[in-house]
Write a protein that binds this ligand. Structure first.
Ligand code: G4P
Length: 303
């Protein structure tokens, strides 16, 4: 299956993003800590050029801690500003606020007599479902942005005030139009950045079974109370169906439903913390911060 995702509003979104980026002090790009490379949006990278960017590896609670350390080291090696966070955790606020201010280079604490107190304008970006709205709500201290495990909830740009001298610019969760590297598309699909309606969930889960086979067998066996990981992926899904009582009329396993349940378990961290990629899987080599085959941004930006 070739995964493509390019709804009509994307060209408009590209234009809005370009305009907004020129007005902000710092860009906060939220990545999924389980796929920091695949969730890094080449469109944003291109528009942001040399602006100040803070990368947040979000959903760190769902990510393998060794993987996080490797990724933090990789970003830092290239002088990038990066933090691993859990956007739902109110205790992360202090650390995120301090880092946004540091990266922006704006001193909001020193007030010049007769002048208005300085505020930092921070744009929140990221592909769908990485936790943009959650972070905004945590920083704003209220439900200003709609959350939900479903891509592209936010449709237009909004400005949200926080009590920390930071204004957040919320942007739509965009994906670039083409995935030259289908593995990137696969990982984004597994973690919910591509609308499930346009995916062949069954096919995604069949591939996911291979990933589990290679890296997360013990966690799977524990979760589903099995002794051995089946040789065929279809039997892995059947096992999930049997354990969770997914049956169609006549008593056969409901494979579609079982596949959906397994996918949800992985997304929600029910198999434990995971890491679906390392820098070598997504970057050209360990000496450059250049992504492998993530083309397609040209189409997005040209109109
Ligand atoms: P988006 O704006 O980038 O599209 O993402 P959004 O904030 O809507 O978050 C998508 C889902 O990810 C939400 O779950 C949200 O609670 C969850 N999430 C965000 N940050 C974190 C994190 O650091 N750790 C974990 N474990 N989950 C996180 P949901 O179940 O779809 O929605 P809700 O019922 O929580 O509102």
């Amino acid at each position: 299956m070739i995964i493509q995702w390019f709804p009509g509003h994307m060209h408009k979104t590209g234009k809005i993003l370009r305009e907004e980026i020129s007005k902000v002090d710092v860009i906060v790009e939220i990545l999924d800590a389980r796929i920091p490379g695949s969730s890094l949006n080449p469109v944003i990278e291109k528009i942001a050029e040399n602006r100040r960017v803070l990368y947040l590896l979000n959903k760190a609670d769902l990510a393998d801690s060794e993987g996080i350390d490797i990724w933090l080291g990789f970003f830092r090696k290239f002088g990038k500003n990066v933090l691993a966070v859990d956007a739902r955790d109110i205790n992360s606020v202090k650390k995120i606020v301090a880092k946004i201010k540091e990266v922006s280079g704006i001193d909001t604490d020193t007030q010049v007599l007769g002048e208005r107190r300085k505020r930092v304008r921070a744009m929140i970006t990221g592909v769908p479902n990485v936790g943009k709205s959650t972070l905004i709500n945590t920083l704003a201290g209220s439900n200003k942005a709609a959350t939900g495990n479903r891509p592209a909830v936010t449709k237009s740009v909004q400005k949200i005030r926080t009590p920390y001298d930071i204004d957040l610019i919320d942007t739509p969760g965009i994906l670039w139009p083409k995935f030259e590297n289908q593995r990137v598309g696969f990982r984004l699909a597994v973690l919910g950045s591509i609308r499930d309606e346009i995916l062949d969930i069954f096919e995604i889960v069949m591939s996911l079974c291979d990933v589990i086979r290679r890296h997360y067998q013990p966690q799977f066996l524990k979760r589903f109370g099995a002794d051995e990981y089946p040789e065929e992926n279809i039997d892995v899904i059947a096992l999930v169906g049997l354990r969770r009582g997914c049956k169609v009329k006549g008593g056969d396993v409901d494979y579609q439903k079982a596949a959906g349940l397994l996918l949800r378990d992985v997304r929600d961290g029910k198999l434990g913390p995971i890491c679906l990629e390392f820098p070598d899987d997504v970057f050209k080599d360990s000496d450059s911060f250049e992504l492998l085959e993530k083309k397609g941004e040209e189409d997005f930006l040209d109109e």
